[in-house]
Design a protein around this ligand. Structure first.
Ligand code: ATP
Ligand code: MG
Length: 462
């Protein structure tokens, strides 16, 4: 049991931050000791015997907090360590959690958040007194390209770290372009399966027969065109990860088969009789609301339960605008020609980017940045390099105007025929999706055939 007044060791090279935390924790009735470096903290551990350590990650040497964590885990394995950082990234979050930090909080945090975290650590410590310490920490690779420090994203990074080694199914939900596939790849790359294949399959893009034989494989001669035995994706993935993208688009018959695979963890190839063991972990993704598909009877609830053991929901970009400048910098580096430094972004242009509502999320942002890199002169991105969709949308415009036009209450400046509204809307959606027909159709809530017919009617080339 924790003593009446738990002892907390605070480690931060910023004396102001130390004193602030001292004040907060003392008010909670804790006994507090502050140290300004990892070494100093280690030196007092034996004598002070804190119940919880709260440490900054970046102190004088870059990752002092992680070193401290490492020492504490080895020498005082029963003492939970909470790490704090102002530089949240997936790498540090994953390392911190995987190397055994009790939790990871990003600065600036609310004082009640840190106090609640310390209290959770205290009660977990009490519970853990009888349990065995966690096993050896594992080396963690990093996934290039996952950017964002918004608190919602940091929570997602922590979830990635916690679930990457498990075999439980993960369902990633979120609007189109929010990074679902990237997250699936991050889960795979951070887990012990990373040496095995990651196999992605788009459930919406294949016909039912094709999808069945893609997933489960087929035996030579089982249908016209099956000229040889084919290993299905479940088999190809081995002990790796199978990523079922757009799971909401699978047909009812296939849903039944998938459910059986997940229950029995074996597949029978089309036309075959011998079952093959499934060792792969399943990660599914959907931008449709599966819950409402279930209520409409279009998706099996039992399959949803099987897939949704762990849910990761990605927020739309408009709900984490604070990440936009970071993402812009990242995408500029990603797409700038190799021999040139990435262009600078003028303040006004950045303000427009931050203010836009991004219906196509990060994918739309990426298209806009690629376009701006092509258009800009003299290595500076100005508002003129941004598309009209971004320029006509922003914080200084009224909500009515933001809906798409200039005068309040009206979608476009003049009264237009419905045809013209439709034509402009189609152009806008194509712009937002970077010409991706499948996404454009999804965004407009029509099927691809209707999209083609519509484009043809307006003489728009797809
Ligand atoms: N956090 C992020 N940091 C950097 N790039 C990102 C991030 N999230 C997404 N992206 C980039 O945005 C693009 C879209 O991401 P992704 O394909 O993973 O989205 P999605 O949710 O699967 O979209 P859809 O539903 O349309 O299939 C990719 O080019 C990806 O690299
Ligand atoms: Mg995707």
């Amino acid at each position: 049991m924790s003593p009446e007044r738990p002892r907390i060791l605070v480690v931060d090279d910023d004396p102001v931050a130390c004193e602030l935390l001292r004040e907060v924790f003392e008010r909670e009735g804790f006994v507090v000791k502050c140290e300004l470096s990892g070494e100093a903290a280690l030196a007092v551990m034996g004598e002070f015997r804190p119940e919880v350590v709260v440490s900054d990650i970046r102190m004088k040497s870059r990752e002092d907090g992680l070193n401290l964590l490492d020492h504490v885990r080895r020498e005082y394995p029963e003492t939970p360590v909470i790490l704090m950082t102002a530089f949240g990234s997936i790498e540090t979050a994953v390392r911190a959690v995987k190397e055994g930090a009790f939790d990871y909080v990003s600065k600036p945090f609310k004082m009640d958040v840190i106090v609640a975290t310390v209290r959770r650590a205290l009660s977990a410590r009490d519970r853990a007194q009888t349990e065995t310490p966690p096993s050896e920490a594992e080396e963690v690779g990093s996934v290039a390209g996952l950017v964002g420090r918004n608190p919602q994203m940091l929570e997602i990074y922590k979830t990635i770290a916690r679930v990457s080694d498990a075999r439980a199914a993960v369902l990633i939900t979120g609007e189109s372009g929010t990074g679902k596939e990237l997250i699936a790849r991050a889960i795979h790359a951070h887990g012990r399966r990373h040496g095995e294949p990651f196999v992605a399959v788009n459930c919406g893009a294949l016909t039912e027969t094709l999808l069945e034989s893609e997933l489960f494989g087929h035996v030579k001669g089982s249908f016209t065109g099956a000229i040889a035995n084919k290993r299905g994706i479940f088999e190809q993935a081995g002990g790796g990860t199978i990523f079922l993208d757009e799971i909401g688009e699978t047909s009812p018959a296939l849903q039944v088969r998938l459910l059986r695979v997940l229950q029995e963890r074996e597949v029978v190839p089309v036309g075959g009789s011998a079952p093959v063991d499934v060792r792969a972990r399943v990660i599914a993704a959907s931008n449709a609301d599966l819950e409402s598909l279930c209520s409409r009877g279009e998706f099996r609830r039992d399959l949803l339960y099987r897939l949704n053991v762990i849910n990761i929901h990605l927020p739309p970009l408009r709900e984490r605008r604070d990440d936009i400048p970071l993402l812009v910098a990242h995408l500029l580096r990603k797409h700038a020609p190799e021999d040139l430094p990435p262009p600078a972004v003028e303040e006004e242009a950045l303000a427009r980017l931050v203010g836009h509502s991004w219906p196509g999320n990060i994918r739309e942002l990426e298209n806009v940045i690629e376009r701006a890199i092509t258009l800009n002169h003299a290595g500076r991105i100005t508002p003129a390099d941004l598309p009209p969709s971004v320029m006509n949308d922003g914080p200084e415009r009224s909500p009515a105007a933001r809906a798409g036009g200039a005068s309040p209450g009206c979608l476009f400046e003049d009264i237009l025929t419905l045809d013209e509204v439709e034509r402009r809307h189609l152009l806008r959606v194509l712009e937002v999706t970077g010409g991706n027909k499948k996404r454009a159709a999804e965004m407009m809530g029509i099927n691809r055939r209707t999209l083609y017919r519509m484009a043809e009617r307006f003489g728009i080339e797809l």
